[in-house]
Design a protein around this ligand. Structure first.
Ligand code: GLN
Length: 287
C-alpha cells in the first residue's frame, strides 16, 4: 500500500475482498476503513494519510475478512434496532430478522407504563436492550449461560439498558430465585438450527458459537423445554414471544397451544418469513 490515503487503501481492500469472493466487497471495504478511522457510516474520508498503525490494523482485518471471519466481529460493534452493540468471538451477531420480535413486543406493550421483562438466551442483549430503549419502565432479567457471551451482555446492558439485570445461568435448569418471579413478557431467540442446517452453514456463521445456533436434531429442543418450564413465571395475560427459523413457526405455535397458551399467533419478518410466535398465559385458576 504505497499511497496511504484512505480512499486509495479502501480500493485496495475492495480488490482483495473481491478476490476472496465476497459479494459486498465495496461496502465492506468502506466499513473497515470507517472502523479504523472511527467515522460513522457515510461520512466522507479525510484527505490525510492513514498512520502506520491504522494501516497495519486494516491489513490484519482484511486478511481475517478474506478468511470469512464475520465483518461484525472485526468491527467490534454492530447496529441493531438503531443501537450499537458490542460483539465479538463467542457471541451471536444480532440479525435484522430479530427486529420483528422486538417490534412485536413494542406493539403488545405500547399502552403500558411498566413492563417486567425476562429474556432467555440473551447473547449480546440486543432484544432486551432494544425493547427497553423504546418502552417506558422496562425492568427485568436476562439469562445467558456462555462465559464468552456474558461480558458482551453485561457491557451492552450497562450502557443501553441499565435497569435490566444479567443472570448467568442455564435457561433449561433455571436458578430457583428466578422461577419465583413474575413477568409481563418473556422473550427468547433460542438456538434453533437443525442438525441438517449445521452441516451447511455459511463460512461466516461457522465462526459464531455453536451453542447459540444448534437447537437439537429438529431445532425445536429449546421451545419444548422452555415453554412449560417458564410458563409459571408469566403474570396473568403475560406474553411468551419467540423467534424461530424458517419452516418452524407452525411447530412452535403447536408447542405453545399444547402448553395451554391462548391467543397464539405468528408474525412474519420483513422478508415475509413466518418468524415470531407468541401466545398469552391464560387466566390462572385460583384453587
Ligand atoms: N438466525 C440465526 C441463523 O440463521 C440462527 C440464530 C438462532 O439459532 N437463534 O444463522
Amino acid at each position: 500500500m504505497v499511497n496511504r490515503l484512505p480512499r486509495t487503501v479502501r480500493l485496495e481492500i475492495q480488490r482483495q475482498l473481491e478476490q476472496a469472493g465476497l459479494e459486498s466487497a465495496r461496502w465492506e471495504s468502506r466499513v473497515l476503513v470507517e472502523t479504523v478511522l472511527e467515522l460513522s457510516g457515510g461520512q466522507p474520508f479525510p484527505e490525510t494519510p492513514l498512520t502506520p498503525a491504522q494501516l497495519e490494523r486494516l491489513e490484519t482485518m482484511t486478511a481475517r475478512r478474506c478468511a470469512h471471519e464475520p465483518l461484525q466481529y472485526l468491527c467490534g460493534t454492530w447496529e441493531f434496532f438503531g443501537l450499537p452493540f458490542a460483539v465479538g468471538l463467542g457471541v451471536l451477531i444480532p440479525r435484522q430478522d430479530t427486529e420483528t420480535l422486538v417490534e412485536t413486543v413494542l406493539e403488545l406493550r405500547r399502552e403500558t407504563s411498566s413492563t417486567r421483562l425476562l429474556d432467555l438466551c440473551s447473547g449480546s442483549g440486543c432484544i432486551p436492550a432494544a425493547i427497553s430503549a423504546h418502552l417506558s419502565g422496562v425492568t427485568g432479567d436476562c439469562v445467558e449461560l456462555s462465559p464468552q457471551a456474558l461480558p458482551y451482555l453485561r457491557r451492552n446492558l450497562s450502557r443501553l439498558a441499565p435497569d435490566l439485570q444479567v443472570v448467568a445461568g442455564d435457561v433449561c435448569s433455571p436458578p430457583p430465585e428466578l422461577l419465583q418471579k413474575q413477568y409481563d413478557v418473556i422473550t427468547s431467540n433460542p438456538p434453533y438450527l437443525t442438525a441438517e442446517d449445521m452441516t451447511h452453514l455459511q463460512p461466516e456463521v461457522t465462526h459464531e458459537p455453536e451453542q447459540a445456533l444448534f437447537g437439537g436434531g429438529d431445532g425445536l429442543a429449546f421451545y419444548r423445554t422452555l415453554t412449560p418450564l417458564w410458563k409459571p413465571c408469566l403474570a396473568e395475560g403475560g406474553w411468551l414471544v419467540y423467534e424461530a427459523g424458517m419452516g418452524q413457526a407452525e411447530s412452535v405455535l403447536q408447542i405453545l397451544e399444547e402448553n395451554g397458551f391462548v391467543r397464539c399467533r405468528i408474525v412474519p419478518d420483513l422478508a415475509g418469513i413466518p418468524r415470531v410466535i407468541l401466545g398469552a398465559a391464560a387466566k390462572k385458576s385460583w384453587k
